[in-house]
Ligand binder design. Structure first.
Ligand SMILES: CC(C)(COP(=O)(O)OP(=O)(O)OC[C@H]1O[C@@H](n2cnc3c(N)ncnc32)[C@H](O)[C@@H]1OP(=O)(O)O)[C@@H](O)C(=O)NCCC(=O)NCCS
Length: 180
């Protein structure tokens, strides 16, 4: 049986795991140097990890996804999000984004923005399912391959449809779990 997963803030020690996921999931991955700068040199940046917890108490915990986001005054900026292929379609990315939005709210952020490759239908559908809407296109924003970006926005973060209510947050532990 596959163990459950939890979401926790990252530490600098998580860098090799994040780099591994980054390189496995993107055609133009962030480098170690870029990740290091975000993890330890950017006061706006936050990292969340999705960790697989094996059923038994013995055994190792592995990192299966991550999200980097910035909280810049009233705005949450989703910077990079990835889940390893074998763990997709389980709600992990959704939970990571929801936890980032919760974290933004606790820091008085009111809206959230992101850019996504125009051809990335999975990510686009994910963000749409969370209430984000398309704002504009940024031509030739990405390299390797060159591609347009869609700018998406969630404003305000808390919507009437209540995407934040689809998960429960254990505020003490800083973890989020899908509602049963
Ligand atoms: C995009 C990505 C992060 C989604 O991760 P995930 O954990 O599989 O996503 P979730 O299981 O949380 O999906 C939540 C919702 O997103 C949408 N979605 C996710 N993957 C999808 C796909 N392949 N096709 C269509 N919709 C998809 C669905 O609406 C889904 O809800 P549902 O399962 O109730 O239908 C993952 O595919 C990935 O890491 N891709 C490579 C890196 C990347 O593109 N990152 C995003 C950069 S902006």
């Amino acid at each position: 049986m596959m163990g459950e997963w939890i979401i926790e803030p990252a530490t600098v020690e998580s860098l090799p795991d994040i780099l591994h996921i980054e390189e496995a999931c993107f055609s133009a991955p962030w480098t170690r140097k870029m990740l290091e700068a975000e993890l330890s040199g950017n006061p706006f940046a936050h990292f969340l990890l999705a960790k697989l917890v094996p059923p038994s108490d013995v055994g190792s915990i592995s990192i299966v996804g991550y999200l980097c986001f910035w909280v810049v005054f009233e705005e949450v900026r989703l910077m990079n999000l990835a889940v390893i292929e074998s763990m997709r379609h389980k709600g992990i990315a959704k939970a990571l984004v929801l936890q980032a939005l919760e974290a933004g709210l606790t820091q008085a952020a009111m809206c959230a923005v992101l850019e996504v490759r125009a051809s990335n239908h999975a990510a686009h559908a994910l963000y749409r399912s969370l209430g984000f809407r398309d704002v504009t296109t940024r031509p030739m924003y990405y390299t390797n391959p060159i591609e347009d970006a869609l700018l998406m926005e969630l404003d305000p973060i808390v919507s009437e449809s209540g995407p934040l209510r689809t998960h429960e947050v254990d505020r003490e532990g800083g973890r989020i779990r899908p509602l049963q």
